[in-house]
Design a protein around this ligand. Structure first.
Ligand SMILES: CC(C)(COP(=O)(O)OP(=O)(O)OC[C@H]1O[C@@H](n2cnc3c(N)ncnc32)[C@H](O)[C@@H]1O)[C@@H](O)C(=O)NCCC(=O)NCCS
Ligand SMILES: Nc1ncnc2c1ncn2[C@@H]1O[C@H](COP(=O)(O)OP(=O)(O)OP(=O)(O)O)[C@@H](O)[C@H]1O
Length: 199
């Protein structure tokens, strides 16, 4: 009997269904930690990252908060800026993740929704990894239909992340996200499997 939560990493390339699947776990009462939300909180006014980023990149701060657009422009000019940024942000994100696990230490399962889980070696801290996926065509359609980025920007993000096939190969569990009802059923079945495993 392992009387501690089973830590399940939830990841997948952009547009593959991470947020939707995370919400299905939340609906079933499973606590979910969202890496993107943690970064957003660090960047907003009074966020812990603001003074640290301000010290090295003063003009990336606007109205007391981190300005992502300014950061992106700086990174485009000097890729080293991203490494400086990650050196500041990753420890703060990890501290937030550990605080979440502590607060939820009695839950049987915890979900960690981390888009860059494999890229940041976060899978080493997990008991298992769930990768959500769909076909490349469906992924492209979903991301471009949002109208938030050009095809070129989509290709750049794809080029920066681990290929989907590699994520599927490294996963302990893989869910195809092609029907909400099917994914909900798959999530219910996976929770039952993990609770039995962790009992
Ligand atoms: C460089 C920054 C400012 C660019 O911000 P921007 O809003 O343009 O993009 P953001 O990173 O929020 O990405 C938008 C969405 O695409 C996803 N995404 C971004 N890059 C990738 C990638 N290489 N692979 C997969 N998904 C990605 C994000 O998870 C998010 O869901 C931002 O990425 C950043 O602050 N990075 C440093 C902090 C960090 O390391 N974050 C990850 C912690 S796990
Ligand atoms: N199980 C599913 N069945 C059908 N459609 C889905 C499913 N999961 C997600 N989708 C659709 O795919 C799109 C992207 O989903 P979602 O935002 O959850 O992906 P994401 O991986 O979080 O994206 P990003 O990495 O860009 O944040 C949404 O339009 C959503 O409706």
């Amino acid at each position: 009997m392992i009387n501690r939560p089973y830590k399940l990493g939830l990841t997948g390339s952009i547009g593959m269904g991470k947020s939707t699947t995370a919400n299905l776990f939340r609906e079933l009462g499973i606590p979910v930690w969202d890496a993107d939300a943690a970064v957003a909180a660090l960047y907003e006014k009074e966020g812990a990252a603001v003074p640290l980023i301000s010290a090295v990149l003063p003009d990336a701060i606007r109205d007391g908060a981190v300005d992502r657009a300014a950061l992106k422009n700086k990174i485009a000019v000097d890729p080293e800026v991203l490494r400086t940024l990650e050196k500041i942000v990753h420890p703060l994100v990890q501290a937030d993740r550990k605080a979440f696990a502590k607060v939820n230490s009695t839950a049987p399962i915890l979900i960690f929704d981390i888009p860059l889980l494999f890229e940041t070696n976060g899978d080493a801290e997990m008991d298992g990894v769930l990768v959500v996926t769909t076909s490349p065509d469906e992924q492209r359609r979903r991301v471009l239909d949002r109208g938030q980025m050009t095809e070129a920007e989509f290709e750049i993000i794809l080029s920066r992340q681990l290929p989907d096939l590699e994520k599927r190969a490294r996963a302990d569990y893989v869910l195809e996200t092609n029907s909400i009802d099917q994914t909900r059923a798959d999530v219910v079945a996976l929770i039952k499997k993990l609770e039995a495993k962790n009992a």
